[in-house]
Design a protein around this ligand. Sequence first.
Ligand code: 4AD
Ligand code: MG
Length: 501
Amino acid sequence: MALDFVYIEDLAQLEGTTGTLKGWLYNKRGSKGLYFLIVRDGTGLVQCVVNQEEVDAASWDAADAATQESALAVTGRIVKDERQVGGFEVQATHVELISQAEDYPITPKEHGVEFLMDRRHLWLRSRRQWAILRVRNRIIMSIHEFFQEQGFVQMDAPILTGNAVEGTTTLFGIDYFGEPAYLTQSGQLHGEAMAMAMGKIYTFGPTFRAEKSKTRRHLTEFWMIEPEMAFYDLAMNMDLAEAFLVRIATDALRDCQTELEVIGRDTAPLEKVKSPFPRLSYSEAVDLLRSDETTAMLNAREAALQDEQQQLTDERDANQKAYGQAKKWRKRQIDAREIEINKRLSEVEEALRNIPQWRESAKNFEWGSDFGGSDETVLTWHFDRPIIVHRYPAVVKAFYMKRDPDDDRLALGMDVLAPEGYGEIIGGGERATDLQFLKDQIAAHGLPESAFEWYLDLRRYGSVPHAGFGLGLERTVTWICGIDHVRETIPFPRLLGRLKP
Ligand code: 4AD
Ligand code: MG
């Protein structure tokens, strides 16, 4: 029986039958009387073989006219072929050109990131972006499953708010019918209110920070997941965050094998994301940063990078020498390898430029300051899995943090730092419960008490110990995919200087 519409991801169940695929032309090769069309339909790629002797003239003309990203419907027999992408091949009996694409701007050659970002609406179709955004999708599903299975109620916090949450320096202000308002930095405070109604909740929504610097870790619009639990203390909060990340990594490893392979992710480090995560107090983390152990670890990394740099340069020189005499296929291979070598070399060079500064900054780190991105990176290099740092100096944390009863200088906050240098992906902690303490903190942080009256009510009416945290979705996807910048982990990134497309 001929099916009228099949998806590439289902081909394994359809082997030996005839079906019609609908998709876009990804790539095309031709030889006499034959076209090999690589078609993508959003679920995968498949090669369709069009033999002039086996199709009608209109089908042959359609295959002939199809340009990159033209839309096609290909009918044919589905046969197993291990050598082909996806393990199947379609032997076409009919080809229809649904729409012919103009000259496509994104070709298989190398393009700069800004060029691609300007064409993000088209770049999304490329294999790597497809893979990254499908990993994002899997992570989103894991997040909902994890919380729903444990009886958390999902809540939508408002996006337009009248109060700051995470300091005043990154607020996007707007005019709300003449009243000052902001795009929310975090749903936490409203989440706390909902937790007092539901017990355990989580938000999953867009959050905004006017980050005025360009880094690999910062977007101006990002998605945050914020669980908030009544009657949880800091230790329970850390346990939850740990189980949560183990779940995300385990699901991605199991269900995103193809995607992670397309991205080129070494999955060995993800296999290690298991309980227990090392837990360090801020003070222990500071001691570790300043220790001789850190200096030695960085020296060893530096030496390894220098070796790698030498090897890559030698390989490149050897390839360049051989190029003149090389056969055409070998030249193509060398060209492709050259791109890889240059990419890795620039990463290695950047790391070698950074390490001396990072070593100094770690050695001279002063107790009381917040960790910078490089300090977090250095800390994570000591461990093979995520680490939890807790009990930070209160001065570097937000107004709502509970103080450590054993040391008033400390807040019961915690950050989870992702391994392999990625750094903070979760921030959270136990919340202050005392009404007067909160009033004092709001004043000390220069915040207007009137904007927080409703929040203070939560301490007036049945105040209880509670805790929660926020996971940055894009930083999590960046880490799971093993890529070097958050900008590829959201369909349309918003960054300093990037509002379109
Ligand atoms: O550490 P943050 O600022 O914590 C909060 O907003 C708390 N209110 C969360 C809570 O306790 N409910 O942000 C939480 C996480 C960070 O760890 C990071 O992963 C992500 O949000 N994040 C960003 N991600 C991308 N771009 C930015 N500019 C980000 N700022 C924070
Ligand atoms: Mg933080």
